[in-house]
Write a protein that binds this ligand. Structure first.
Ligand SMILES: Nc1ncnc2c1ncn2[C@@H]1O[C@H](COP(=O)(O)OP(=O)(O)O)[C@@H](O)[C@H]1O
Ligand SMILES: [Mg+2]
Length: 249
């Protein structure tokens, strides 16, 4: 479970304060798939980085499985896997297996534990044919699989993806979607940011919409479709933004 409680994040740039998140509160329950929607600069990455302990909130707090991200970052890190858009973080000169072994080592996993986990992931993601080939020669789709496997090498309950399909071709985007379905079946909690409405409506149970640092909606997708009398998430999103602005001004 992730509890985001009144989170405000300010950045200071040349004596000017910029508020990237304003009193954002919502809860993600175990096993939920949540889409984080928002335009460029809305605050999606800042929120994901805050959950991942990479940023401290200026005000408010985030609890991951009951652990405060500022007070107990190590407890939080154990329980989450994080993949930030575009960056696979893989070493080209190493094989897929060697890459995964390297990250397992960083998490303090034993040799045996690592071997079993890599075998499981290779089977689950269909990577067995190229596990011992160098990543340098891989297609984007193959890299994406290895990158996601790396993200969850320590078998975290919670996985955060920042714009996971931005810049990917259709085949690699489909790889991501399949893997999310698989992880959902395993009971994982997933939060991912996106500006692709179809992707969010296909994969998510609920959505959190952020506009200029403020949460304008959080809740179940089906319930949202009902109250809005539409299944067009793009249309709903735009109208929420308009209403959000009216509300603010
Ligand atoms: N390290 C930083 N220093 C200063 N401003 C930042 C920093 N990170 C993000 N911002 C600002 O915070 C706002 C939200 O950014 P971000 O979370 O990256 O949005 P999104 O991921 O939704 O595109 C933007 O105005 C951005 O310029
Ligand atoms: Mg971003």
């Amino acid at each position: 479970m992730i509890e985001i409680k009144g989170v405000t994040k300010q950045f200071k740039e040349k004596k000017v304060f910029l508020t990237a998140l304003k009193h954002v509160s919502f809860t993600v329950k175990q096993g939920q798939i949540v889409g984080l929607l928002g335009e460029n600069g809305a605050g999606k990455t800042t929120l994901l980085r805050t959950i991942a302990t990479l940023l401290s909130p200026t005000d408010g707090q985030v609890l991951v499985a009951g652990h405060d991200t500022v007070e107990s970052p190590n407890e939080v890190k154990k329980r989450i896997g994080v993949l930030f858009g575009g960056e696979t973080g893989l070493y080209e000169r190493l094989t897929a297996r060697e890459n995964l072994e390297y990250f397992a080592l960083l998490y303090g996993m034993s040799k045996h534990e690592t071997k079993v986990r890599i075998d499981d992931l290779a089977k689950m993601f269909g990577m067995r044919d190229y596990l011992d080939r160098k990543v340098g020669g891989f297609s984007k789709g193959m890299r994406q699989k290895v990158a996601i496997a790396r993200t969850i090498i320590h078998n975290p309950d919670i996985i955060l993806f920042d714009e996971p399909t931005t810049g990917l071709d259709i085949t690699s985007s489909n790889v991501f979607r399949q893997l999310v379905h698989q992880l959902k079946r395993d009971g994982k909690t997933i939060v991912f940011s996106s500006h692709i409405m179809d992707e969010v409506s296909m994969l998510c149970d609920s959505v959190a919409m952020i506009h200029k640092g403020e949460l304008v909606f959080h809740g179940n997708l089906e319930a949202l479709y009902k109250t809005e009398a539409s299944r067009d998430l793009n249309y709903i999103f735009m109208s929420k933004l308009v209403r959000g602005n009216e509300h603010a001004s």
